[in-house]
Design a protein around this ligand. Structure first.
Ligand SMILES: Cc1ncc(COP(=O)(O)O)c(C=O)c1O
Length: 389
């Protein structure tokens, strides 16, 4: 099928661009209708988008917000309705897009970081319990690169310590864990609908929950903490989604199955194509118990290679393969977190993934021939370094 290319995919004329946006004919029609009606702030399309998004995941409530970061922040702030106090702690993986940690701070809570597993990129469940204190209120696993976190272990820990689970499923639309949909396991789940993501509203986010009380708190939080008419009962945010964004999202939901299928085809193709390079790179793997959400394809250099990540990335970029760093160990590699006093070496796996990792696009506008090209670029680089492929 033909998808309309967005600005991300046109950027800098990349041969293998990182992201894209699908804006369907129906989305264009809804946008025009909203503009004609002059009702462009939160209205009927946002409502329909919330209902359909929640239904897709078998969840009762969807609360649309203006970004994935706000989704994370509001989910954290909703903890106040369940006994949390300012400064209480939320356990998060050290490795993620910085939005995960920022959102906890934005909610007035404190992120407590746990190292990840190099192979899965996700929070190491064996290291969580030692970080739990009397002030811990929640665990926020991130399903990085659409790879499900170890939810059985995380749920068991949460049960033992009476903690809530907030899934950061920003990159994991369509992922499954032991037959359950990612985003339908925790008490709340948060999605980013940013342009490069699987379902997009261009900018936007969604929080799902089955709990009516939580949904009510979230709706109030996104609207300045309002409850009645101009009664402000919580310290809220201003993070509503508008009708134009919801229209783009509704168009995306119409073709969600097709987007997912094309992205999965691309992801599985690259997984297979990189198998022969396994001695050089750690790449995404899909195990029997899971389905990965096809967000992007991570490539981590193994130890002992005769080249470094920066040189490797410069080469593939020079050949037209767009890439992004595999994020950072927030507490030790983001200067904004220096005040926490962590030191390099405190989160060795997260730091390794960041120092040696990158990720490239597998989106719905990428053809198999482009993936072949990306793999050939990588192989050509290895040959230049005297390595066999
Ligand atoms: C894991 C993760 N969490 C949160 C976010 C924040 O989403 P947004 O960019 O929509 O604010 C992102 C964005 O890509 C993300 O990757």
């Amino acid at each position: 099928m033909k998808f309309a290319a967005g600005q991300e995919s046109k950027k800098a004329g990349y041969k293998v661009p990182f992201g894209t946006v699908s804006i369907t004919p129906r989305a264009r029609q809804l946008i025009n209708e909203a503009l004609d009606s002059k009702w462009v702030t939160k209205g009927k399309y946002v409502h329909e988008f919330e209902e359909r998004f929640a239904a897709l995941f078998g969840m009762k409530h969807g609360v649309a917000v203006s970004s994935g970061t706000d989704a994370d922040a509001l989910a954290c702030a909703a903890l106040y309705d369940f006994g949390a106090r300012r400064g209480d702690e939320v356990i998060v993986p050290a490795l993620s897009f910085v939005a995960t940690g920022n959102a906890v701070f934005q909610a007035g809570l404190t992120p407590v970081f746990v190292d990840v597993q190099r192979d899965s990129l996700n929070i190491d469940p064996a290291l969580i319990e030692e970080k739990i204190t009397p002030r811990t209120r929640a665990i926020m696993p991130v399903h990085l690169m659409g790879k499900p976190a170890a939810m059985d272990e995380i749920c068991a820990i949460a049960r033992r310590h009476n903690l809530r689970i907030i899934e950061d499923a920003a990159e994991a639309h369509g992922a499954e864990y032991k037959g359950r949909k990612i985003g339908a396991i925790g008490d709340m789940s948060c999605f980013s609908l940013y342009a490069a993501h699987i379902v997009t509203t261009i900018e936007g986010g969604m929080i799902l929950t089955n709990c009516g009380q939580t949904a009510e708190a979230l709706r109030s939080l996104r609207n300045h903490g309002m409850t009645g008419k101009f009664t402000f009962s919580r310290i809220g945010f201003s993070s509503k989604m508008n009708e134009l964004e919801a229209a783009v999202g509704l168009g995306n939901l119409d073709i969600f199955g097709q987007i997912l299928e094309t992205r999965r085809r691309n992801m599985l193709y690259l997984i297979d194509r990189f198998r022969r390079l396994d001695r050089y790179f750690i790449t995404l793997k899909e195990e029997a118990h899971e389905k990965l959400g096809p967000h992007a394809f991570s490539i981590i250099l193994r130890e002992g290679l005769p080249f470094g990540k920066d040189e490797f990335v410069s080469y593939i970029e020079s050949q037209g393969v767009d890439s992004r760093n595999l994020f950072y160990s927030m507490p030790t590699q983001c200067p904004s977190y220096a005040f926490l006093g962590h030191r390099i070496g405190d989160f060795p796996q997260a730091e390794y993934c960041s120092d040696q990792g990158t990720h490239i696009g597998i989106h719905q506008d990428i053809e198999i021939s482009q993936l072949d090209y990306a793999a050939e670029v990588v192989e050509a680089y290895l040959r230049r370094k005297g390595l066999t492929v």
